[in-house]
Design a protein around this ligand. Structure first.
Ligand SMILES: Cc1cc2nc3c(=O)[nH]c(=O)nc-3n(C[C@H](O)[C@H](O)[C@H](O)COP(=O)(O)O)c2cc1C
Length: 350
């Protein structure tokens, strides 16, 4: 099968592979620009992108905004013609301020999940920035697009369908993950029915990007033959030289076994897929690890009640403290068997 180009409005990616935004700090300018240079779409994660700025603990918002501008500008320098986007979780506090700052810097695409990004269009007004919701069901997409249409006379430029095999927070209930009720085939069909209506109203084609458990070309071809236009891949790109996490973090994946991957309920109350390490067993054994200083990064997070601060735990991991940090992974994390280059991985998709 010849893989199609991914067209999101006037943005054309020759290879229909979108890097999944991975926070905290796993996809920043290096990995995003490497993917963009291979004619995919490079996605940075906007959650605590400034975690290593010196004033991050005392001045979190300013440090994040400064770092975000820096990472956008570095990505553009390395990939001047590439397509670069930012992923913001809808549940982030000051979500609108972060999105607006990225739009002011001329970011190409904003991708948003982890909640319904119902207000996203108001933050990209009068710009060329494309908006892409992440959903796990036709129902969620319908809610978002009806609201965007009624309130903002706008629709999505593309849609990510994130399936049950993805890494990080998942848009499913625990039982839906365990009973394998999700199917790409059904969800793509449901989503297409909803998109048809908005495609004819707005006179555009809204591509579907499917992600979650896509590891190689065969996986991509399978989901494209079900009706998707492109794929979003996260975990596979952790095993690259360009991945922005510490080397110790990447090396964890080389030793990971299938049975080391589990579903947890994160402190924000959502199911998530993660690597079963010392940190997770400590938490299960009641060894609480309170936050040093809560930066109130997420809505619906209740610091006094949680065993640990998810931001602190993800930051420890990305810096290389892989025993005491939280490591998210997709269900295919154990398949990474070497640290490759982004260029090599893309050869498969030509
Ligand atoms: C380490 C890690 C961190 C992630 N962080 C985010 C995030 O901050 N926001 C988000 O929307 N998705 C996040 N995801 C999901 C990815 O963007 C991607 O859609 C998903 O993992 C795709 O499945 P795959 O990993 O099997 O390719 C994360 C995934 C991983 C593995």
């Amino acid at each position: 099968m010849k893989l199609p180009e991914l067209k999101i409005g006037e943005l054309h990616a020759k290879i229909p592979v979108v890097l999944g935004g991975m926070g905290i700090g796993v996809t920043r300018y290096r990995l995003a620009s490497a993917v963009a240079n291979e004619n995919g779409i490079g996605m940075m994660s906007g959650i605590h992108i400034g975690y290593d700025e010196p004033d991050f603990p005392s001045n979190t918002f300013k440090a994040n905004i400064r770092a975000m501008k820096k990472h956008i500008s570095m990505a553009r320098e390395i990939s001047p013609k590439g397509i670069i986007g930012l992923n913001f979780m809808t549940v982030m506090n000051r979500y609108g301020d972060y999105v607006k700052a990225a739009v002011d810097e001329g970011i190409d695409i904003i991708v948003s999940g982890a909640g319904l990004p119902l207000e996203l269009p108001q933050y990209v007004k009068d710009s060329k920035t494309k908006i892409v919701p992440i959903v796990s069901s036709g129902r969620a997409l319908s809610l978002i697009l009806r609201k965007w249409d009624m309130k903002y006379s706008k629709t999505a430029d593309a849609v990510v369908i994130e399936g049950v095999e993805a890494g990080g927070h998942l848009g499913f209930k625990e039982h839906e993950i365990k009973d394998h009720s999700f199917s790409f085939k059904q969800t793509i069909e449901d989503v297409k029915i909803i998109l048809n209506k908005f495609e004819s109203k707005y006179g555009i084609k809204i591509p579907i990007i499917a992600g979650g458990g896509i590891f190689d070309r065969k996986d991509a071809e399978d989901v494209i033959s079900l009706g998707a236009d492109a794929v979003q891949m996260g975990t596979r790109f952790i095993g690259t030289e360009e991945c922005d996490a510490a080397m110790a973090y990447k090396q964890v994946f080389l030793e990971m076994k299938k049975e080391d991957i589990e579903i947890i309920i994160s402190p924000v109350g959502l199911p998530a897929r993660a690597y079963k390490n010392k940190f997770l067993s400590d938490m299960k054994n009641g060894l609480a690890m309170g936050s040093q200083k809560c930066s109130a990064c997420l809505k619906y997070c209740y610091p006094g009640k949680n065993e640990y601060c998810i931001a602190d735990a993800l930051i420890r991991a990305v810096k290389g403290d892989v025993d005491d940090g939280l490591i998210f992974t997709g269900s295919n994390g154990y398949k990474i068997n070497k640290i490759d280059t982004v260029k090599n991985i893309f050869k498969e998709f030509h």
